[in-house]
Ligand binder design. Structure first.
Ligand SMILES: [Zn+2]
Length: 162
């Protein structure tokens, strides 16, 4: 997969000093691939993986290059899995703490591509107490009524035109 217009627009805004960071539920690492530096992946990332038993860490290439459909740890032979949060798991995560800090300090929060129905992104969005809330989403979201600015379109199209 390759980054889209939204990924590149966010990376450019950060490089120009107009954006502090990105909080994402995606686990594909595309924000980093587009050039974003401060990326808080609240559901984890497939870029990092670990052994479920001894916690030895592996990069994504180890998983992709594994001849075994279930990659095994070179140390202990147990399963290696991505550092992602699967549904139902509540892992304490530095990314969530960093994301919360970003939201708490933000003057403007742009929420894109989520209906905010459930999950940690919705929790974070409700903690925002800055001045400007911007929502970019094709459908209505939980916070549409509270937003200062709403774009009913795809995030790639809107951010791509900035
Ligand atoms: Zn192991």
């Amino acid at each position: 997969m390759e980054p889209n217009a939204a990924h590149y627009a966010l990376a450019r805004m950060e490089a120009e000093g107009r954006l502090e960071g990105v909080i994402t539920q995606n686990i594909d690492g595309l924000h980093q691939k587009a050039g974003s530096v401060n990326v808080q992946e609240i559901h984890g990332t497939t870029l990092r993986n670990h052994c479920v038993f001894c916690r030895k860490e592996y990069d994504a290439d180890y998983i992709f290059d594994s001849p075994d459909p279930v990659p095994k740890c070179t140390e202990c032979g147990e399963m290696v899995r991505p550092d992602v949060t699967l549904y139902g798991e509540m892992l304490p995560s530095p990314a969530y703490d960093n994301a919360l800090d970003l939201v708490n300090r933000a003057d403007c929060l742009i929420i894109g591509g989520t209906s905010l129905e459930v999950g940690s992104a919705a929790q974070l969005a409700h903690k925002f107490h800055g001045n400007y809330l911007v929502i970019i989403n094709k459908g209505k979201t939980r916070l549409t009524g509270k937003a200062d600015l709403v774009f009913r379109d795809s995030i790639g199209k809107v951010l791509g035109e900035l």
